[in-house]
Ligand binder design. Sequence first.
Ligand code: HPA
Length: 270
Amino acid sequence: MSQTVESIVRCIREKTGFVPRVALTLGSGLGDYAGQLRDASEIPYRELPGFPVSTAPGHAGRFLLGYVGEVPVICMQGRVHYYEGYSMDEVVLPVRVMRALGAETLFLTNAAGGIRADYRPGDLAMLTDHISCFVPNPLIGPNDDAEGVRFPDMSHVYEPELQELLMSAARETGVTLKTGVYAQLTGPSFETPAEIRMLRTLGADLAGMSTVVEAITAAYAGMRICGISLVSNLAAGITGQPLSEEEVIEAGREASDRFTRLVTAAVRKM
Ligand code: HPA
């Protein structure tokens, strides 16, 4: 474990002995879900030495530790992004911290631009795979063999059993859940229409600015991973409308009830 992770974990352990099973990262506009946690205690990121603090809109900066049903959950209300100027090490540090606290499962959520023709704004899509090659790999650098192997397998990043669990939670709650392959780009500029055509040709269904590097780090560290994108807008060039951050936040508000029902039903089974 790196010294930074160790000192952050020590700092958290001075406040609480809570051992999470599930780590839940809330994407842009989806942070209100944190209000669903029962008996929650809160730890602002700024109280943790060396912890990156989000500057992105729609991202509060704190951990919430509490229960969904009987499942102990650590929830990130606000994540940091590479485009904020943090190093890739800093961007994935929270995943390492949550793992070190005991979380076995990482549930990633985000807002994304929808590339596939059958998406509509407001759709929820379960991640089946990702494309990482437009952002630096978070594992570049010396390898800590105690944490994971040098060349980790990425054949099944989004665990098939967790995908089934999400689909069954969707059926139970009556929430329509599509599927998709997510490509992470650095941002902060949205893509051009030509870039979206390129991504479509490459097999991407969703474009966003997070998630993949966190998933790589978690897969490396042996966590089980699943993810959901909220299609906050159709990707650049599809409707011809300009894209904006307000639209992303508003889509989160609109999807909040469906997102909450689905995530709660899924986490209860984890
Ligand atoms: N592109 C990239 N990231 C995004 C988008 C998009 O269209 N919408 C929300 N996050």
